[in-house]
Design a protein around this ligand. Structure first.
Ligand code: ATP
Length: 752
């Protein structure tokens, strides 16, 4: 494929391709005697679903492809996904996603079996195809293949290839490249084995749990992305880069809480799964409703990540998985209804040409830089030349200046071998020199030591230089390895085979279309005949009208039935929602109870102030410490004054200026050891109390402590009166400081 062929094509819209796969009855379903209610017609793309225990015509849907339990994994891949892989290598974005009720075979379809080669799913087959196509391409075309793997668990994005797969990542959006996950790990891979290892590592980190419906139920949506960057020389003699991205999505299954028996964490997971799947359904509905003005992509992480695949610039295939058993009739119908709607979603795929953020260009630049550095290092003064220049016991090594250009692996190997040999020569030469110095009889011991030290120093220097060269070669090798070139020999026959296969498939598709058109034509002709029919007599006309009426009545009944079924489905969905709401309300009440009884109101209010709703994350988050500043109340602490050791208020500066000895104005960190006793504010009672007062005091003192509380009120009133009278008499003699304290003083005096 030449770069010329990649000249910007006119963007045409196309509908997303929708296929249905029905798995076989499981052994448990067979043992329980469940009946099969799903029937497929592969040729026409029709699927029929019979409502159990009801006498009515089966519901019929038509898709781009239908597959039953006899379909092999290879067939599913070839029919649904292979064309998308070819598109991705041309620079289109592609998405393949599996959707359906829990336990219907989404993971089986996408990943398949690890141990049984025949049973491997779409993902490993896609890996093989990507690298096969790269091999078949021209040697001048360079590729960079990267892989990433993430899951959305409980509305949190997690990097399945990270060292800490439980850390949550954020979604961001760039105008030129759309929605992306910040800090997601990408691994450059250069063959099938490497990318398969990436998938296996990620799959092991995925959240799975046993439910009533599936022993290994995926509790998260997973997204494996392969980014293929290809660089070719165009007609203008310049390198052009195209970037294709392939998303492979294994969604968590929709489930009815009553069937899966979810509780606790399982309930939380199921609620989040169902919510994000219902957002996906709302997005599908909105995209196919001509009256809709708003697409709720932002309502879940899943729909935001799939934004380009649904109504965007991607070539998309949706594989809807269903179960064949009668007890799953409702879920099967639900899946098929949404799948049927999705058929009308229009995308506008386009080739991504010369994007600004192409990594391949960065790699190419870096490799070029490394090559130059290496060449410079190598063409510089050789370490042995340094030795020669410094004339250490002069064995003369003549070095020829050379410029290194590493163009292929063979040359790189030669260069590495040469470097190794040079290292060994340096070592050998140093050893010989060492021996010679030691054996030199004309030299003093001191001189010998000096020469040996010099020799050691130079040997180290040379080794350092060679190690640096080795490092550069290793880095260059690593970078060049990541950039894969097409095969040396263009495998024409392989390519032709591929073309042949493609043409055969195209022919088959055309044949099917022709068959369908033929069928439609016949039906139309029949209708026409009926209309054009001439009636010989009234009797015939009556019979025809009766037949027509019967037909209309039948159609009316069928439509009414369909309406009732839809109403039933709606009721069921509503009941499911009520179940979910009921469970969630229970949990909410529990949390409210805990908050009301164990968290003080003040604390709750404080906490409430410290959290905020972030639209981007669609969740509550605790504010960062920086944002607490605005919550702080109270007076502002004075800022540090120039020349003072600590922030100081105006008042304390004045106090210091006035020479106040209070240590708090000394501006030093003072540790006060003496107790700061309060000043006395009362004074002893002087003079002789009157007889009445003495009597009252005596009465109090005579009562022991236990009775003190029970002193008759009259005694106390008398005592108070006596004191007041006496106060009035003596007020002219001496003013009292605090009369309220007198009772104590009086008592003290009397005791003394
Ligand atoms: N076409 C098939 N042929 C044979 N077995 C199948 C097929 N499809 C699914 N199965 C089996 O059914 C079981 C459930 O499949 P799988 O785990 O792929 O379902 P799922 O839709 O991914 O479920 P969940 O949404 O709970 O993760 C597995 O044991 C799987 O091997």
């Amino acid at each position: 494929m030449s770069a010329q062929a990649a000249a910007p094509k006119k963007t045409q819209s196309e509908t997303i391709k929708v296929c249905v796969r029905c798995r076989p009855l499981s052994s448990e379903e067979t043992a329980k005697g469940h009946a099969v209610v799903v029937e497929n017609n592969k040729k026409t793309g029709e699927i029929f679903v019979r409502r159990p225990f009801v006498e009515e015509a089966p519901k019929q849907f038509t898709f781009d492809g239908v597959f039953d339990w006899t379909s092999q994994q290879s067939e599913i891949y070839t029919e649904t996904s292979a064309p998308i892989i070819a598109n991705v290598l041309e620079g289109y974005n592609g998405t393949i996603f599996a959707y359906g009720q829990t336990g219907t075979g989404k993971t089986h379809t996408m990943t398949g079996s690890e141990s049984d080669h025949k049973e491997r799913g779409i993902m490993p087959r896609a890996f093989e195809d990507v690298f096969k196509s790269i091999e078949c391409d021209s040697v001048k075309t360079q590729f960079l293949v990267r892989a990433s793997y993430l899951e959305i668990y409980n509305e949190e994005i997690r990097d399945l290839l990270s060292k800490n797969p439980k850390n949550k990542l954020d979604l961001h959006e760039k105008p030129e490249s759309g929605v992306y996950v910040r800090d997601l790990s990408y691994f450059a891979v250069k063959n099938v084995q490497e990318i398969q290892d990436v998938m296996l590592i990620g799959s092991k980190n995925r959240s799975v749990r046993e439910t009533n419906m599936n022993a290994h139920s995926s509790r998260s949506h997973s997204l494996f992305t392969i980014t293929v960057e290809r660089s070719e020389i165009g007609a203008d003699g310049k390198a052009h880069i195209r970037v294709g991205k392939l998303n492979m999505v294994d969604l968590a299954g929709s489930e009815r809480l009553a069937k899966t028996g979810a509780s606790g964490d399982g309930l939380r997971e199921a609620t989040k799964i169902n919510l994000s799947l219902s957002t996906l359904c709302h997005v599908i509905s909105a995209l196919t409703d001509p009256k809709s003005t708003y697409i709720p992509y932002r309502d879940s992480k899943l729909t935001r990540l799939l934004q380009d695949s649904l109504g965007g610039n991607t070539k998309t295939v949706m594989i809807s998985n269903v179960g064949p058993a009668d007890y799953n009739y409702d879920e099967t119908m639900n899946t098929l209804r949404y799948a049927s709607r999705a058929k009308n979603i229009q995308n506008k795929p386009r080739i991504n040409e010369d994007p600004k953020d192409a990594l391949l260009r960065e790699y190419q630049d870096e490799v070029q830089k490394l090559k130059q550095q290496l060449a410079m290092l190598h063409s510089g003064v050789d370490p042995s030349e340094i030795m020669k220049k410094h004339g250490v016991m002069g064995k003369q090594i003549i070095e020829v200046e050379k410029v290194v250009q590493i163009e292929d692996k063979e040359k790189m190997r030669e260069f590495e071998q040469k470097l190794q040999k040079e290292k060994e020569d340096i070592k050998k030469y140093a050893e010989e020199e060492k021996k010679r110095i030691i054996q030199e009889k004309n030299l003093k011991e001191e001189e010998k030591q000096q020469l040996l030290e010099q020799l050691k120093k130079r040997e180290e220097e040379q080794e350092r230089a060679k190690n640096k060269q080795q490092k550069l070669i290793t880095k260059l090798k690593r970078m060049e390895e990541k950039v894969i070139a097409g095969s040396q020999f263009e495998q024409v026959s392989k390519k032709q085979q591929k073309e042949l296969k493609k043409t055969q498939k195209e022919l088959e598709r055309e044949r099917l279309q022709e068959e369908q058109l033929q069928k439609l034509l016949m039906e139309q002709e029949m209708k026409n005949k009926k209309i054009m029919r001439k009636f010989n007599n009234l009797q015939e006309e009556l019979e025809f009208t009766n037949q027509k009426m019967e037909q209309l009545i039948k159609e009316y009944h069928e439509t009414t039935n369909e309406c009732n079924n839809m109403k039933d489905d709606f009721d069921r969905e509503r009941n499911d929602m009520f179940d979910t709401i009921y469970e969630l309300r229970n949990q909410l009440n529990l949390k409210k109870l805990i908050i009301d009884n164990f968290i003080p109101g003040e604390e709750f209010k404080k906490m409430e102030k410290q959290v905020e709703w972030v639209d981007e994350m669609n969740d509550w988050v605790i504010r960062t410490p920086g944002s607490f500043k605005e919550l702080k109340t109270g007076s502002k602490r004075p800022q540090s004054a120039v020349g003072l050791k600590r922030p100081t208020s105006e008042y304390s500066r004045i106090a210091k200026g006035l020479g106040d000895l209070n240590p708090r104005y000394k501006f030093d960190n003072i540790l006060q050891l003496d107790l700061d006793m309060p000043e006395r504010t009362t004074e002893d009672y002087e003079g002789m109390p009157s007889a009445k007062v003495q009597q009252a005091i005596q009465a109090i003192l005579n009562d022991d402590d236990s009775q003190a509380e029970n002193i008759p009120i009259t005694t106390l009133v008398n005592f108070q009166d006596a004191l007041l009278q006496e106060d009035a008499q003596k007020s002219t003699e001496k003013p009292r400081v605090k009369s309220a304290k007198r009772v104590k003083s009086a008592k003290k005096k009397s005791v003394e």
